[in-house]
Structures are given as structure tokens and as C-alpha cells.
Design a protein around this ligand. Sequence first.
Ligand code: SF4
Ligand code: SF4
Length: 357
Amino acid sequence: MGKQELKWMAWELTSQCNMACVHCRSSSEAESPVGAFSASNAEKLLDDIALIAKPVVVLSGGEPLLRGDLFQIAAMGTSRGFRMAMATNGLLVDDEVCRKIKDAGINIISMSLDADNPNVHDNFRGQPGAFEAVMKAAGLFQKHDIKFIINSSFTRRNQSRITQTYQLSKKIGAIAWYMFLIVPTGRAEGIMDELISKEDYEDILEWHYRMEREEGEILVRPTCAPQYYRIWNSKSKSEGLDAKRRALSFSTGGGKGCIAGQSILFINSMGEVYPCSYFPISAGNVFKQSIGEIWESSELFRDLRDFKRYGGKCGKSRYIGVCGGCRARSYAVQGDYLAEEPFCSYIPEAYSFSIDF
Ligand code: SF4
Ligand code: SF4
């Protein structure tokens, strides 16, 4: 196995949040602890990361704007040459926050918008006024010339609003729209029944393929739907179209569907390192081991990089190198992160052959 480059990381600077979204990965709320990263601990981690890579660093939470020293930490990352980004729910954004975002060198913001109307979005987010907060923040980001991305999460509850949410994201000035079909983890475990069916999942990804082919203004990408890479490649081929896609310099590196532990990682507020934000198994803790040591030699990361170890349909799939299946979903549904992706309709030729005989 060759050396893997860390290209993108999300860092939960606090688990405190001013919302209580039903599908939140970290089950954050107002009483959650800030976590273990004092400004000096944060600086030490940034120094350690600089020894192995220069990734995009997404400051997240909880709600990172609840931290008084957020912009100090962001500036530390900027001064070390990292491309800094921040994820916010928008509630605390005002003119002063916008000025601080720019001063600290944060280049891009991501916000969540899960419907095109306040009723569905606020219900999903467990917070009246959440929709208006995103609209207001989007206006402020445009006024201050701050780029932002919209992430939209869907379950059965709001899947009928997908097209309209994409259109609204464009209208409010997002430079990219990322559609995310919920992975059951954290608080989302309780909404297993709300997960979009496997059949609808495939239809939605096919809709996205058509939309992406026609979309020339903003960047669009289904997040953590690795089988989209299978759909994109096979449809492009059958339609005789170029399979190359546009990329955003702040995206996770592209090239492959699931890149958990391969070119991305997530660090929670206690220093635990995970393959991605939705993967509940820790690869180590930065207060016990260096991030370089965890990245290069943790057993979990090594497993995820070794496609020969993947099981079921994924193990026999010709798309394993471009897709790989969502390892967090395999773990959530089957208890084994190397098992086949449970939300993929594709049946590899080699697999049907081995079942028939
Ligand atoms: S395991 Fe991969 S596809 Fe699944 S949520 Fe994590 S990064 Fe996304
Ligand atoms: S079988 Fe696995 S690797 Fe193949 S397309 Fe489906 S999820 Fe991806």
C-alpha cells in the first residue's frame, strides 16, 4: 500500500450547539461540553498536522461560532498554509462575524439547508427560525463576498423537496450544492425507518446525474453516495460523454466515492480521530498519539485502504476503485465496515455468477 495523502479534515472544535437536529452526527446540544481543545492544544495539533500534510481544514461543531477563540484558531491554520473553511448553522452570523471570517483567512463556509421552506427545514433542524437564519447568513456572505456551500441532508421526510432545495441553493448564491442522503449514525440511528429506500436512492442519484450534466453555474455533488461514481462512469460511457467532472478546490479530493480514512479524516472535540464524520469507530486519539502516527499506522485506516479486504458485492465490484461503498453505512447496518454497501442496487457480474453456481 502506498503512502496516503491527507487532503481534507473536519475538526469538531466544540460539541456545543444552539440547535438539536434530528440527524446530527454528534448529537450536539446546548449543554454539550466544549471539549478538549484549548487554543494551545489546537495550535499543537495544527503543528502536528503540518508535519504530514497541508489539508483543507473545516472547523466545525456543534456550532463553532460558540467558541470565543474560533477566529484565533482559524488564523493559526491560515498562517500554517492550510486552506481554512468553517461549517455553521448561520444563526450567529452577522456583519462583524463576516469581517472576522475574512480577517482570519477562512476562505469558504458551509451551511445546511434541508428544504426550500421554513416548515420542513425548521422541523428537520429542531429549531424554529433555522431556515430564516440560513437565508439571512447567505445574504450577509454575499454582501461581504464570502463564498459558501450549501449542504442538504435528506431522509424520507424531506426527499420530495430535493429539486426545490437545489434550486433555492442556487438562487441564494451558493457556489456549490452538496446533496447528502443520510447515513445512520449518531442521533440518526433513531431515524433508521426514515432512511430513503434503496430504489429511491438509485432514482435520486440518476436525477442528480442528469441535473449535473446540465448544471453550468454552480458545482453539484452528492456527498457520501459513493455509488454515484459508478452511475456517473457507466452512464457517461453509455452516452459517449466525457466522464471528467468539475472540482472545487475545497472539496474532499474527488476521484473516488468513499475516501474515509484514505484522504480525509474527522477529529472530534475530545481528540478522537475517525475516518469521517459519520464513522463511529476511532482510529486513535491525538492526545495519546501523534496525528501522523494515527494516519499512517492505525489498523482501521489500513483496513479501509486495503480494497482486497472488502466483502460481498463490493469485494467483487469492478467499481471498487471509484466507489468503494459507504463504509459507515456497512458498519451501521451490518456491523462490519468491510461488508458490502447496503444501499447499492448494482450486482457485479462476478457476484451473480458466484451466486448462480
Ligand atoms: S464512510 Fe465514506 S461514504 Fe460513508 S459517510 Fe464516511 S466518507 Fe461518506
Ligand atoms: S457493489 Fe460496492 S463498490 Fe460496487 S458500486 Fe456498489 S457500493 Fe460501489
